[in-house]
Design a protein around this ligand. Structure first.
Ligand code: SF4
Length: 335
């Protein structure tokens, strides 16, 4: 894809942390991720808790730095920036967090919360801020009387609308939605997803949408990346992921989604817990849980490559792109 269509590019990024305990070792939360986010798309990321998807989101916003690799926003390297350059990038990439109760300051009114980004970035005078705050309220479907409310006086959905309004304040190009609807009731989830969709169309936004729930990601995304233990294992347009998943982990995630009447997908139960990101298994990281693993899977890491147009997979079963990978799913005797 031509460069002008790419809003953000992540190149072989690694985000490693020292574990909390001295003996815990290094947590390889993101471990060699490369991706491109196109202008105007919703790029969904799905995976179990601990797979590194939230850390990847924080990397895009600049809340964590990579130990290697880089993030480029419209061709500008955004890692390690300081001062005005860092503030400019922060304006362009914003985040909406999972838990609106925890992400809003309980001692501030909605007005103070929405005014803060303008004060931090020293934008406009009081009249400008007042006008923008009212515009933001309207955009997210809140009323003026909410301005004097504290977060504990709002419902979960209203709090998340305030979180979205705060993210919109500086007119960002990209918004990272980190499990942005996971803490909400199902009916409220639908309202907030609709709001995000209408804001995307109205304001020309791009989303990086993170969720553990593949059915939510499927509803909103143009393309979907599946993450496992710090790596992307499959990436494709949403309809290809849903109709023709090629990675056994994606198949397992999809098999847990309730289907429409008449559709049938056999439930794949994954055994065991996701291994520790301080000591990921060698070879394919999924081999300790993969129902289709063979001896080679424990020895050799499968490359992440394009198997069919716009469909990338890291699995030895897809070794021969000219063959139908779906027909090559017999596990080896050697397992
Ligand atoms: Fe499973 Fe092997 Fe493919 Fe990994 S490379 S997903 S272990 S079949």
């Amino acid at each position: 894809m031509a460069d002008e269509k790419i809003l953000l590019r992540v190149e072989d990024a690694r985000v490693w942390f020292r574990g909390k305990k001295r003996s815990a070792g290094t947590v390889k939360a993101v471990d060699g991720v490369t991706l491109e986010i196109y202008k105007g798309e919703t790029f969904g990321v799905v995976g179990e808790s601990g797979c590194g998807k939230s850390t990847l989101g924080r990397l895009l916003v600049g809340l964590v730095d990579p130990v290697s690799g880089n993030v480029q926003l419209e061709g500008r390297n955004v890692n390690g920036l300081r001062g005005a350059a860092a503030r400019q990038v922060r304006r362009e990439v914003q985040i909406v967090f999972q838990d609106p109760s925890a992400s809003l300051n309980p001692r501030r009114t909605v007005k103070q919360i929405l005014e803060e980004p303008f004060l931090v970035h020293r934008l406009g005078d009081a009249a400008f801020r007042e006008g923008r705050i009212r515009e933001l309220l309207q955009l997210v479907g809140l009323d003026e009387y909410h301005l004097s409310r504290y977060p504990h006086e709002l419902s979960g959905g209203q709090k998340q609308r305030v979180g979205i309004a705060r993210a919109l304040a500086l007119e960002p190009k990209l918004i990272v939605c980190d499990e942005a609807v996971s803490a909400l009731d199902v009916s409220v989830q639908a309202q907030v997803l609709n709001l995000l969709q209408s804001l995307k169309e109205k304001l020309g936004l791009t989303y990086f949408f993170i969720s553990h729930n593949l059915s939510v990601v499927y509803q909103v995304s143009d393309r979907v990346a599946v993450m496992y233990l710090g790596k992307i294992v499959e990436l494709a347009p949403y309809d290809q992921i849903y109709e023709r998943p090629l990675h056994p982990y994606t198949e397992a995630l999809l098999s847990a989604i309730p289907r429409a009447a008449g559709e049938h997908a056999e439930r794949v139960h994954l055994e065991g817990e996701i291994p520790s990101p301080t000591d990921p298994p060698g070879g394919c990281r999924f081999h300790t849980r993969c129902p289709k693993a063979c001896a080679r899977c424990a020895q050799e890491e499968p490359p992440f490559r394009e198997i069919e147009k716009d469909h990338f997979v890291a699995c030895h079963l897809c070794d021969n792109p000219s063959a139908d990978p779906k027909e090559k799913t017999e596990p080896s005797e050697s397992r």
